[in-house]
Design a protein around this ligand. Structure first.
Ligand code: B4P
Length: 191
């Protein structure tokens, strides 16, 4: 199994690049952001709980997203590999993911970390906010809160995987295709 984590701050291009990578490598895309937005659209209990955090730019509690990922892994036993997008976002989530994969005799193959400066991130999120209908993309205070959550809780996840030599940093500024080619080079050199 080839399991890839696409890592980076909000707006770094994870969703954009994931779409291209799953096509090329036949991986199953697991985006916790997309899964949570689906729950919100369906007005489930989980969705209503998640919305109260997402609207403030805060991370949803670990137990909620770990449960969602567990269900998705269970539902796809024949997958040849997963692309995790927006997960894990805390060290506790990373540890839970490592345990879930280990129970399936698998593990993380590589963590590709997109590097984008903060000014560019804010610009991209605001542009997306004009058409996405996502309330967390429109309010400058919420965007700032998401970036603070990233620095405090998510950035340490890179350290968790760097400790086992799994992290590769990739420049996330440039055209979408240039960045895609850089990501593919890293994957191809490790497959
Ligand atoms: P996500 O859905 O993961 O939101 P995101 O981080 O903003 O998405 P992404 O980073 O994929 O955006 P992309 O770069 O593709 O999470 C939303 C919320 O859900 C979180 O704030 C949190 O509350 C909750 N959540 C999700 N997962 C969670 C977890 N594991 N634990 C707890 N809470 C969780 O796109 C950005 C924009 O840039 C796009 O418009 C794109 O067109 C543009 N773009 C991309 N590449 C570009 C390039 N090269 N040049 C110019 N623009 C580019």
């Amino acid at each position: 199994m080839f399991n890839l984590i696409l890592f980076g701050p909000p707006g770094s291009g994870k969703g954009t690049q994931s779409e291209k990578l799953i096509d090329k490598y036949g991986l199953l895309h697991l985006s916790t952001g997309d899964l949570l937005r689906k729950e919100i659209a369906n007005q489930t209990k989980l969705g209503l709980e998640a919305k109260s955090f997402m609207d403030k730019g805060q991370l949803v509690p670990d137990a909620v997203v770990i449960g969602m990922i567990n269900s998705a892994l269970e539902a796809n036993p024949a997958a040849k590999g997963f692309l995790f997008d927006g997960f894990p976002r805390t060290v506790a989530q990373a540890e839970a993911l490592d345990n879930l994969l280990a129970s399936k005799n698998s593990g993380i193959s590589i963590v590709l970390a997109l590097e984008v400066d903060q000014e560019e991130l804010v610009k991209r999120i605001q542009i997306r906010g004009q058409s996405s209908g996502r309330s967390d993309d429109s309010d400058p205070n919420v965007i700032r809160a998401r970036l603070v959550e990233y620095e405090n809780k998510t950035a340490p996840v890179a350290g968790h995987y760097a400790g086992v030599g799994k992290v590769v940093y990739v420049k996330g500024v440039g055209t979408i295709d240039e960045i895609f080619q850089s990501l593919c080079r890293q994957i191809d050199s490790r497959k």
